[in-house]
Ligand binder design. Structure first.
Ligand code: C5P
Length: 224
C-alpha cells in the first residue's frame, strides 16, 4: 500500500477563478484554469489527507477521493471555506476576483441608447488573509499562491507578510510563460523562516506533488 503520511489531516484547498455577476447573464472572470489548485488537492489526497476542494467554475474533472464544493463568487468561496473549517492545512490556489460589481443588476442590462452602463466595483473579501488571521480556527499551515508578471520574489515575499500566511508559492504568469491555462509551471516557494525553493519548468502535477511532500516534511512525516 502507498504510504499515507497525511492520514488524519484535513486539507482545505481553493482553486479556479471566481465569477462576479454583472447581471443575470454576464460576469467578470479571469483566466485561471484551476489546474494547479486541483493538482494540489489530488496530491494531498494521494498522501492520505481528507481534502475539501472549494472550486470556482472550471472545466476539469473532480480529483479522485476529494470532496468538491463548487462556488461561483468570492463571497461564496469564503463562506464555503469557513464552513469547511477546522482544517490542518489551507492552500489558497484560487484566482479570486479582487472586485465584484457593487449592486449587480437583477435583470439583464439593456442597450437602451443611453450609452454603456458604468460599473461600480466593490472590494471582495481576501480569503487567504481572512483564514491566515490568528485565532482558534487558523489552520496550522497556510499556503498562498502569488501570480506575478515581474520581480516575482520581491513581490511574493511582501505578499506573504501582508497576507499573514506561512508559505507563498509564487509563479511568473507573464504571457510568454504560458502558465495560465498551461500544463507546466515554474515556482518559488517562499517560507516565513526564509527558506526558499525554486522549482523550474515542471508539470503542474509535479509542482503539486513536491508541495505535498514539503507539507509532509513540515508536519514531521505524519507525526502529530
Ligand atoms: O493578492 P493576490 O490576489 O495576488 O494574492 C494571491 C493569493 O491570495 C492566492 O493564494 C489567492 O488564492 C489568495 N486570494 C484570496 N482571496 C482574494 C484574493 C486573493 O484568497 N480575494
Amino acid at each position: 500500500d502507498a504510504p499515507r503520511p497525511l492520514a488524519g489531516r484535513h486539507a482545505l484547498v481553493t482553486s479556479g477563478p471566481t465569477h462576479e455577476a454583472i447581471d443575470p447573464v454576464r460576469y467578470i472572470a479571469n483566466r485561471s484554469s484551476g489546474k494547479q489548485g486541483h493538482a494540489v488537492a489530488a496530491a494531498l489526497a494521494a498522501l492520505g489527507a481528507r481534502v475539501t476542494l472549494v472550486s470556482g467554475p472550471v472545466r476539469l474533472t473532480d480529483p479522485a477521493g476529494v470532496t468538491v464544493v463548487p462556488v461561483e463568487t468570492a463571497a461564496e468561496m469564503l463562506a464555503a471555506c469557513r464552513a469547511a473549517l477546522p482544517a490542518d492545512i489551507f492552500v489558497a490556489a484560487a484566482a479570486v476576483a479582487d472586485w465584484r460589481v457593487d449592486g449587480a443588476a437583477e435583470q439583464k442590462l439593456k442597450k437602451d441608447g443611453g450609452g454603456p452602463p458604468a460599473l461600480r466595483l466593490a472590494e471582495n473579501p481576501d480569503i487567504l488573509a481572512t483564514l491566515s488571521a490568528p485565532g482558534p480556527e487558523r489552520p496550522a499551515l497556510v499556503i498562498g499562491f502569488a501570480a506575478e508578471t515581474n520581480d516575482v520574489q520581491t513581490y511574493a515575499r511582501a505578499k506573504r507578510q501582508r497576507k499573514g500566511c506561512d508559505w507563498i508559492v509564487a509563479n511568473d504568469v507573464s504571457p510568454a510563460t504560458g502558465t495560465f491555462g498551461g500544463d507546466r509551471n515554474s515556482v518559488h516557494v517562499i517560507r516565513a523562516d526564509g527558506q526558499e525553493d525554486i522549482w523550474t519548468d515542471l508539470p503542474k502535477t509535479e509542482v503539486a506533488a513536491r508541495l505535498a511532500t514539503a507539507i509532509v516534511d513540515h508536519f514531521g512525516n505524519g507525526k502529530i
